[in-house]
Design a binder for this molecule. Structure first.
Ligand SMILES: *[C@@H]1O[C@H](CO)[C@@H](O)[C@H](O)[C@H]1NC(C)=O
Ligand SMILES: *[C@@H]1O[C@H](CO)[C@@H](O)[C@H](O)[C@H]1NC(C)=O
Ligand SMILES: *[C@@H]1O[C@H](CO)[C@@H](O)[C@H](O)[C@H]1NC(C)=O
Ligand SMILES: *[C@@H]1O[C@H](CO)[C@@H](O)[C@H](O)[C@H]1NC(C)=O
Ligand SMILES: *[C@@H]1O[C@H](CO)[C@@H](O)[C@H](O)[C@H]1NC(C)=O
Ligand SMILES: *[C@@H]1O[C@H](CO)[C@@H](O)[C@H](O)[C@H]1NC(C)=O
Ligand SMILES: *[C@@H]1O[C@H](CO)[C@@H](O)[C@H](O)[C@H]1NC(C)=O
Ligand SMILES: *[C@@H]1O[C@H](CO)[C@@H](O)[C@H](O)[C@H]1NC(C)=O
Ligand SMILES: *[C@@H]1O[C@H](CO)[C@@H](O)[C@H](O)[C@H]1NC(C)=O
Ligand SMILES: *[C@@H]1O[C@H](CO)[C@@H](O)[C@H](O)[C@H]1NC(C)=O
Ligand SMILES: *[C@@H]1O[C@H](CO)[C@@H](O)[C@H](O)[C@H]1NC(C)=O
Length: 390
């Protein structure tokens, strides 16, 4: 139990611009003064508090580059949260279990989908539970081969967003019924630790100039539930299959992102059916190409028997969207869903050699600075997220 300082401290710039250390575990641990152990100036959200919604706390923060922290008490928050500010922002959920997303007790819940007869049609951006983007226009998915053209001159948004132990849920319907986003990240850097993302279709969107990192988190979905144009690295996490549809990944490149290492990279993770009542053995695809510049790699990842023998699939028989630029790849996957014969027969999955995998093997090699494309944009990633001492 932590009531004293845990071994690991996180250093950050405080409100007065002076370095201050805080212990994540101590700040998140429930104590009589909930803010005990939190950085000076941390905002508190909860029933009966000054801020009863996360968005009201976010909106109270100035649009500047000073780091801010928000501690959220247990509860279900039915709201959309939009973060536009450029300065660092950390959302911390109160918990006794800072290293276990299955015990999270803060749920941010929204309920929307697009593209069906009952909901009508509007951009996917409207549906998301959490959006991190500097402007509404930069968060739009758009349509066509390059998607929404973000207006020239749009500044980069949040440079260092972090969330710990929060679940983001879009529960429009308990099956695929049109895009229903739990997370949307564009023109921003965002890290998620011990978080959960739950919906059925298009659950996680990482859009233009979006960089996102997930650690020890759960993403639960059914259809194309990791999609976008940006860069997403999923580390030591669980991809939970709530049924099959499309593929797990549906990525798109554009003529402006072609030179970048955009794509979705899943490392040291687990892909499993959500429960044993689902009848999906051999039916779920690792991914399919939203366009021919799709890039995704499942590396060192356990696949249960839900995965199709071919691994990835084409978009459709009449519109395959596969050419020499398409990277639908695996590297050292294992488990019953890894079928070498099936992969070869399907002729669509690239089983990478060490040399083919090398350009995508580290965070420094995939995350790039906005606009310049310089590699090594990783300062916003928490490399030591584990809380010790409790
Ligand atoms: C916030 O500040 C940035 C500059 O740091 C500016 O580009 C942006 O327009 C501001 N946003 C709002 C809503 O004022
Ligand atoms: C949140 O809602 C879920 C069901 O929707 C419920 O099981 C849980 O108890 C609620 N949590 C709180 C803290 O109210
Ligand atoms: C979803 O959001 C759109 C756009 O804001 C709105 O028109 C629609 O009514 C919402 N749908 C639901 C089911 O809330
Ligand atoms: C968040 O953004 C969505 C999409 O732009 C918008 O529909 C919603 O009204 C915004 N919510 C808040 C609280 O700003
Ligand atoms: C946002 O994009 C729409 C087109 O999707 C455009 O009409 C509008 O002018 C843009 N707004 C801004 C502020 O750039
Ligand atoms: C969480 O991280 C730990 C340490 O890296 C790892 O042992 C565990 O398997 C991870 N959980 C998941 C779901 O990957
Ligand atoms: C199994 O998971 C599916 C998809 O989330 C859900 O609809 C179903 O209720 C679950 N069944 C059981 C028995 O938990
Ligand atoms: C990318 O393609 C779009 C339309 O398909 C075009 O308007 C734009 O100029 C192109 N950009 C580059 C950098 O080639
Ligand atoms: C790969 O994409 C580039 C840029 O869009 C294009 O010029 C080239 O023809 C593509 N290569 C193949 C093999 O399709
Ligand atoms: C592996 O793939 C081959 C070729 O598609 C197929 O015949 C075989 O049944 C698959 N094995 C399993 C265990 O799914
Ligand atoms: C495999 O697919 C490539 C195109 O991606 C094609 O050129 C080749 O002929 C295919 N091989 C077989 C055996 O079907």
């Amino acid at each position: 139990m932590v009531t004293t300082k845990s071994l690991l401290s996180v250093f950050s710039l405080g409100l007065l611009g002076t370095a201050q250390a805080y212990s994540r575990g101590e700040c998140q641990y429930p104590t009589q003064n909930p803010l005990q152990g939190c950085p000076q100036g941390t905002l508190l959200v909860g029933a009966g508090q000054k801020f009863t919604s996360i968005q009201s706390a976010v909106l109270s923060i100035p649009n500047n580059t000073v780091p801010y922290y928000i501690l959220i008490l247990p509860g279900n928050y039915t709201e959309q949260v939009n973060v536009t500010r450029p300065g660092p922002l950390t959302l911390l959920a109160q918990t006794k279990y800072p290293n276990d997303n299955t015990k999270n007790s803060v749920n941010v819940i929204w309920h929307n989908a697009t593209g069906t007869a009952s909901t009508g049609s509007y951009d996917n951006a409207y549906t998301s539970t959490l959006t991190i983007a500097p402007t509404f226009n930069s968060s739009l998915t758009g349509s066509g081969p390059t998607g929404n053209q973000v207006p020239a001159g749009t500044p980069f948004g949040n440079t260092d967003f972090r969330a710990y132990n929060l679940n983001f849920i879009n529960d429009y319907l308990p099956y695929s019924a049109g895009p229903s986003l739990a997370l949307s990240v564009s023109y921003a850097n965002a890290g998620f630790y011990y978080c959960g993302f739950y919906s059925y279709q298009d659950t996680v969107y990482v859009g233009k100039l979006g960089n996102a990192y997930m650690y020890n988190s759960t993403v639960a979905g059914q259809t194309d539930f990791l999609y976008g144009f940006g860069t997403l690295w999923i580390q030591s996490s669980l991809l939970s299959l709530r049924s099959c549809g499309g593929g797990i990944t549906a990525w798109k490149g554009t003529n402006t992102t072609f030179v970048n290492h955009y794509g979705v990279y899943i490392h040291d993770s687990f892909v499993r059916a959500a429960n044993s009542s689902l009848n999906i053995v051999g039916k779920c695809a690792l991914g399919r190409p939203w366009n021919a510049l799709h890039r995704s790699i499942f590396a060192n990842t356990y696949l249960d028997d839900s995965i199709e023998p071919s691994g990835y699939i084409k978009w459709s028989a009449t519109d395959p969207r596969v050419n020499g630029n398409t990277t639908m790849a695996e590297y050292k996957d294992y488990g019953p869903g890894w079928n070498a014969t099936g992969r070869a027969a399907g002729n669509v999955t690239i089983v990478m050699t060490d040399a083919e995998y090398a350009p995508y093997s580290t965070l420094e090699k995939v995350f790039q600075e906005p606009f310049t494309g310089k590699f090594g944009n990783t300062k916003w990633i928490d490399r030591k997220p584990v809380v010790h001492g409790n």
